[in-house]
Design a protein around this ligand. Structure first.
Ligand SMILES: *Cc1c(COP(=O)(O)O)cnc(C)c1O
Length: 391
């Protein structure tokens, strides 16, 4: 079955729910058992990793509906739900490392993951080395005998470098390391991590899976080999997402393909228009043929989402503020993946350590929503008029 069909069928169970199309929202903490025998049977099954309704925190049919849908779409064995995308990142890492391990993390990683590595993992004796996102098979030179985790993300947060994940995975596996990827940009539809050597794939469901800017949630999908450690880790750390949020995430999946196709089309149209503007230094969008990572994108990815960056030619802070402050359709704020367009200023010089970044040309990250492209372009054009009036 194609993905367009899978997003309709995955994780649903009308037969088990009175014919109700969506798996209902089960609010639960206590689960009552009719007998001692049943209680003990459930206890044994749960300890063996079986799916049983035993306590609210451990999961309900609502949770499993989302987990099954994400696992099927990403192409992994099973998935675990977390209360945010960052919780998914942190828990995926924690489930894989122990004191004395060394981990390799791309320099283009989502910022808060770097904060977690530098300030939390370091307290437990896990050493992290950041690497150039373009390193490819060269990652072998950074691998140590105790390197157990290689963490990837493509394209890179804010800066959109494409990583050669199959090449990195081949080297990592040869040396016995597990490969993680943050697959949020592509969503489960536009990159199939498990077909490219990834063992564990993370989604900030907050973005495209939810798609409506109103829920924090995360998922991690693993291969059969890594699943037990991931699940045990989540249970030990008490990871549990609220049922209403889980429900909204599984509902978001039902329209993921139509939304993403539109985000891609709108995003490319705006990106190409921006490329022709005299105020713009460059546009960082992997689906544009002149992007340095375009060949990798074309080889490994099935589409592009609506998130990319642009760099402006040198501009004063006043002119930049004039551009940003009065945009009507582009909101200024964090996160992305909802139906609406967003823009935010970023400065990679404040966090990069393995690579350098020249911030002479201010970096703006755009999320292109589902509005009409003409209206978005008109909004940006008015912004450039204001910028030029100040400059
Ligand atoms: C937003 C984001 C996260 C974190 O997700 P939250 O739900 O905001 O915690 C992780 N990775 C990437 C690439 C993101 O964009």
């Amino acid at each position: 079955m194609k993905d367009e069909t899978k997003i309709v069928t995955a994780g649903r169970n009308p037969e088990g729910n009175f014919g109700i199309v969506n798996v209902p929202v089960y609010h639960a903490s206590t689960i009552l058992f009719p007998s001692l025998a049943e209680l003990q049977k459930t206890h044994v099954a749960r300890a063996a990793g079986e799916r049983v309704v035993s306590y609210g925190r451990i999961g309900t049919p609502t949770t499993w509906s989302l987990e099954d849908a994400v696992a099927e779409l990403e192409g992994g064995y099973r998935a675990q739900v977390y209360p945010s995308g960052l919780a998914a990142c942190a828990n995926a890492i924690l489930a894989m490392v122990k004191t004395g391990d060394h981990m390799l993390v791309t320099d283009s990683v989502y910022g808060p993951v770097r904060v977690f590595c530098d300030n939390f993992l370091s307290r437990f004796g896990v050493e992290v080395t950041y690497y150039d996102p373009l390193i490819g098979a060269g990652i072998g030179e950074l691998m140590r005998p105790n390197t157990t985790v290689v963490y990837t993300e493509a394209p890179g947060s804010q800066t959109f470098e494409m990583q050669d994940i199959p090449a990195i995975a081949e080297v990592a596996h040869a040396k016995g390391a597990v490969v993680l990827t943050d697959n949020t940009w592509a969503s489960p539809l536009f990159f199939k991590p498990f077909e490219h050597g990834v063992d564990i794939s993370i989604q900030a469901g907050t973005k495209y899976i939810v798609g409506h800017s109103d829920v924090m949630i995360g998922t991690v999908t693993a291969t059969k080999d890594y699943w037990p450690a991931l699940q045990k880790g989540a249970n030990m750390l008490g990871q549990s997402a609220g049922p209403d949020d889980v429900y909204l995430a599984q509902r978001g999946i039902r329209t993921l393909s139509v939304r993403l196709k539109q985000h891609m089309e709108n995003g490319l149209a705006v990106a190409e228009w921006l490329k022709g503007r005299p105020e713009v230094h460059s546009v960082l969008h992997p689906a544009l043929p002149d992007h340095p990572g375009h060949d990798i994108w074309k080889r490994d990815f099935l589409g592009a989402s609506g998130l990319f960056s642009m760099r402006l030619k040198e501009v004063s802070r006043e002119a930049l503020a004039a551009f940003l402050d009065d945009l009507e359709l582009f909101g200024m704020g964090y996160s992305w993946g909802g139906y609406e367009s967003l823009i935010i200023l970023a400065d990679p010089t404040t966090y990069r350590t393995a690579t350098t970044w020249d911030n002479t040309n201010p970096l703006l990250r755009l999320h292109i929503g589902l509005e009409a492209v003409d209206d978005l372009i008109a909004d940006l054009k008015n912004g450039f008029d204001r910028l030029n009036a100040v400059k």
